[in-house]
Design a protein around this ligand. Structure first.
Ligand code: SAM
Length: 268
C-alpha cells in the first residue's frame, strides 16, 4: 500500500506553509454535496481496488479531514482517507481510521480517486493556481476528481471548483439560506481562480449579477422562507441561461448553485 512520506523525508513537498486556520464542521456544505455528487460517487465506487481520498492542507487541526472521512464512508465504506499537510509541525498521528502525513500538491506520491484542497490556494497567487491544479490532477486515478474551494470562517458561504484530469468542470456556490442577502455576496469566497475576476467584462461577474436579478425577481416568495425563494430564483436563472445554471432537482438544506466552468471561466 502506498504510504505518505514521514515528516523529514525527501523530496520536499510542493507548495508552501500558510496559515492553518480551520474550524469544526466548516466544510459541511461541500461535504454534503460531495457525498451525493454522481462524479464523486462513481470515482469512489467504480474502482477495482479500495478507493483512496486525499485531503490536502487540513490545517492546524485535522477535524475537517475526519469529518470528510465520515461523509465519504457513507458512499464507500472501505475508502482509505489520508490528510496531508505541508507544515511538518501540523502532522498528527492517525485517528479514527484516517492517516495523516507530510505532503504538498505532489500528494506525497499517492494516486487518489478523490482529492480535496479547501482554503489552501486562497493564500497563493492567482498565477500559481493552474500549476497547482495540474500537479494534483495529474496524480488522479482514472475517473478521479479534485474539489478545490474556499469558505468563510464558519462555513456559511462556500464555493468550490470540481476538476478532472482534463481540467475544471464546474463551479458550485453553497450558502446558508438565512445568512446571505444576495447570491453575489458569495463573491468574496470565490476560489482563487475567480475571486479577482468578479469585475465588469468577466463571465463570473455577469453570472452573479444575473443571479441577483433573479433573486430580486423572486422577492414575492420571501414570506415562504429563503430556501423557497431561492428555488424560484434558481429556476428563473436556469431559464434565463438556457439551462446552463442548473437548478437543484430536489429540495436541499443549503442554497446551491452549480455552473459549468465554461460559463464562468476567466475571459483572459
Ligand atoms: C487555512 S488552512 C485550511 C484548513 C482546512 N482545509 C479548512 O479548510 O478548514 C490551509 C492549510 O494548508 C496548508 N498548505 C498550504 N499549501 C499546501 C500544500 N501545497 N500542500 C499541503 N498543505 C498545504 C497550510 O500549511 C495550512 O495548514
Amino acid at each position: 500500500m502506498e504510504r505518505p512520506s514521514p515528516p523529514g523525508s525527501d523530496p520536499p513537498p510542493t507548495g508552501r506553509i500558510t496559515r492553518g486556520t480551520t474550524g469544526l464542521n466548516r466544510l459541511r456544505r461541500s461535504d454534503r454535496w460531495t457525498a451525493h455528487h454522481p462524479d464523486i460517487v462513481r470515482a469512489l465506487s467504480d474502482v477495482p481496488q479500495s478507493a483512496l481520498a486525499v485531503d490536502v492542507g487540513y490545517g492546524a487541526r485535522p477535524d475537517t479531514t475526519l469529518e470528510w472521512a465520515g461523509w465519504l464512508r457513507r458512499t464507500a465504506p472501505t475508502v482509505r482517507v489520508v490528510g496531508l499537510e505541508i507544515d511538518p509541525a501540523r502532522v498528527v498521528p492517525g485517528r479514527d481510521g484516517v492517516e495523516f502525513g507530510l505532503g504538498g500538491f505532489e500528494l506525497a506520491g499517492l494516486r487518489p480517486n478523490v482529492i480535496r484542497a479547501f482554503n489552501v490556494l486562497r493564500q497563493y497567487d492567482e498565477a500559481e493556481v493552474p500549476q497547482a491544479w495540474a500537479t494534483m490532477t495529474a496524480r488522479l486515478r482514472p475517473g478521479g476528481r479534485l474539489i478545490e474551494g474556499t469558505c468563510d470562517e464558519v462555513g456559511r458561504r462556500c464555493c468550490w471548483v470540481l476538476l478532472g484530469p482534463e481540467g475544471p468542470i464546474s463551479l458550485t456556490l453553497a450558502w446558508a439560506p438565512g445568512h446571505t442577502e444576495r447570491p453575489s455576496d458569495l463573491a468574496e469566497r470565490l476560489p482563487k481562480a475567480l475571486i479577482h475576476r468578479n469585475v465588469p467584462g468577466e463571465k463570473i461577474h455577469e453570472m452573479l449579477a444575473l443571479a441577483d436579478e433573479c433573486w430580486d425577481h423572486a422577492a414575492g416568495f420571501a414570506t415562504y422562507g429563503h430556501r423557497i425563494r431561492w428555488r424560484h430564483a434558481a429556476a428563473l436563472l436556469a431559464e434565463r441561461t438556457d439551462g446552463v445554471a442548473r437548478a437543484p432537482r430536489r429540495p436541499l438544506r443549503d442554497n446551491v448553485l452549480t455552473l459549468p466552468w465554461a460559463s464562468v471561466a476567466p475571459r483572459t
